[in-house]
Design a protein. Sequence first.
Length: 477
Amino acid sequence: MSLDLILANRPARSGGGAVATGGLVEAVRPVAVPWDGTRGTTWIGGAPLAPGESAGAADAAFELAETGAGPLRQRRLRFDAATWRGHYAETANAFLWPLLHLSHEPLPERCPWFPAPAPPADAAWRAWRAVNAAFADAAIALGGECCWVQDYQLGLVPALLRAGGFAGRTGFFLHTPFPDLATADPFLPPPARARFAEWLAGLLGADLAGVQTEGDAARLREAAERLLGARAEGDGLRLHGRLVRVAAFPAGIDAAALAAEASDAPAPSAELRGDGSLPLVIGLERADYTKGVPERLAALRRALADGARFAYAGFSAPTREAVPAYAALRAECERLAADCERLARARGLPFRQEARALPRAPMLGLLRDADVVFTSSLADGMNLVPLQAAIAQSARPAAERGVILAGRRAGVCAAWADFAADGIAPVDPLDEGAAATALREALAGRPGRIGDRLAAAVRERDAHAWGRAFLAALGEA
């Protein structure tokens, strides 16, 4: 089955960029069909209008987005500032994003910098509907055999495609966790609850709804039964007389490409590592409140205070900087990083925590050479950094490899639960003492360094396999 359309909130390539980059592009690149001038995959993404830009002209234009594995044809839908703000900042980011991460814990009650989902105002919800409708209309106008709708921002699109007569198959993939309804209930007063139900009904307009883990699939089915009156049937849901398959497809990475890049990546600088006698602990992620950056810094502070000796380099790429909720997160990270730096400096230990994105080559060098890769997501759909680390380190001698710490509520810990002794060790970021103990154990190579068994499995279950499995299931749905 040919993948004709990919619909995603962001374009594959923003205007003026030479090569399409980013996690979503990396994830779907292996299954996209390069555009040959008449056939191939078309990516439809959205963005606010640039100053002086004509909406009509922008919406009508197609362009090529080079991915490194062949070009995609791209269309960028444009929206006025108010519409995009209502859709993206007020609904997708302020309401749905924190809500979807309530998979196990009432995080706004446990973490002051984790915001409660903010029910969108009527105008913001209308804007969100309008953006979803524009994506659906663009896909219907192009047609095709298969449409892949990516992630929560476009949750209404599958049902709109069906209502609009799209003749092909539609798959929806959710990259975030799916919330536990009992945990989320206190944050869903009646208007917000109805809007969450509308979002859920929208994505269930697909022929196949894919999620990251079996736990996410079970929580989705339960929410559909309670909120929409759906009936579980096998691994799917019967809703409005039709069967929607719901299944887990744990996302992978392009392991072969990453291994080739990592082998040529530069070694971490002496400024980061010191004289090389100290073990190197690294943290790499987006600066998002779901990623557990303050929690990791608190664990590092405890470990330093207890006498652990290590060099630390952390880089958190700024994200959603215009969203007000992130100000509290930045302030807490700065406070904790300053505490850690004082402790480390007093003992002559290198310590750096920066709010910036690293270029890919030095990032891969850190992943390859670290002794501990400390990821600390409070909740995460998957978190691909541990898988990247496993491949980056696989070229090193087995005895010299590091240990990966991963937040226990991240999808990677569920999908790779059998590999704790092979390098991926779960940690509870919300338990500062336990996280500090896990770090000290990892510095000693326990419970196990990154092994060949893990690296081989990451290669086998890579992004190519993930995309093929999703498309095969869509063809059979």
